[in-house]
Write a protein that binds this ligand. Structure first.
Ligand code: PRP
Ligand code: URA
Length: 208
């Protein structure tokens, strides 16, 4: 399986706090944003940098700046929005695309209802963000949506994944690297990740 597990102690600690069914909406929102920021730090490790000269108050020296066009963060609506503030604290200049995908509760099939992206996806690094990778249907639909508009360098950033979802994304998009904090055990009969953390969108937005 092409998947990288980010098992930094801070990530493990915060994930455990939001797995707790007693976590309040306030706590869930705060933690999932903090997780987004920490994941952003880890997944941008390999961004190319270019040497630049900078004049400090003392002398000239060589420093580094991130090379290339601004990267694009694409939250899958709704739940992906929950990680965005944290990610943008780390990468404030990122461009943002949106893709709305709802999973049919009975068939578990994804349905795209909204899409809007910045120009020039072909020349940018794209980070698709969604806390939950269950069957992989929503992630695959989001990847299809950006590829259809020219995207070539794509990473999928999720918090919790099921093996079924990782396998499905690997099969459809072997060029896309997947990042998780936890690869959980399985899906249950309703398509929920076990042990998971329940319905991420409902817990972020307080809709249940
Ligand atoms: C959830 C979740 C993912 C998707 C994962 O969204 O945020 O987008 O399900 O499931 P999959 O891997 O089987 O496609 P949902 O469709 O419930 O929408 P919401 O974010 O609006 O709650
Ligand atoms: N979507 C969620 O929000 N949670 C799951 O466990 C599966 C899909």
């Amino acid at each position: 399986m092409n998947v990288k597990i980010l098992d930094h102690p801070l990530l493990l600690h915060k994930l455990t706090q939001i797995r707790d069914e007693q976590a309040s909406t306030v706590k869930f929102r705060q933690m999932i944003n903090e997780i987004g920021g920490l994941m952003a730090y880890e997944i941008t490790r390999d961004l190319p940098v270019r040497e630049v000269v900078v004049k400090t108050p003392v002398t000239k020296t060589t420093g580094y700046t991130i090379e290339g066009k601004k990267m694009v963060i694409v939250p899958i609506l709704r739940a992906g929005l929950g990680m965005m503030d944290g990610i943008l604290q780390m990468i404030p200049a990122a461009r943002i695309g949106h893709v709305g995908i709802a999973r049919d509760e009975t068939t578990l099939q994804p349905h795209e209802y909204y899409a809007k992206f910045p120009e020039g996806l072909d020349a940018r690094e794209i980070f698709i963000v969604d806390p939950m990778l269950a069957t992989g249907g929503s992630a695959n639909a989001a990847i299809d949506a950006v590829k259809k508009r020219g995207a070539k360098r794509i990473k999928l950033i999720c918090l919790v994944g099921a093996p079924e979802g990782v396998i499905a994304v690997n099969a459809a998009h072997p060029d896309v690297d997947i990042f998780l904090v936890s690869l959980d055990e399985k899906l249950n009969e309703k398509g929920y990740i076990v042990p998971g953390l329940g319905d991420a969108g409902d817990r972020i937005f307080g809709t249940k």
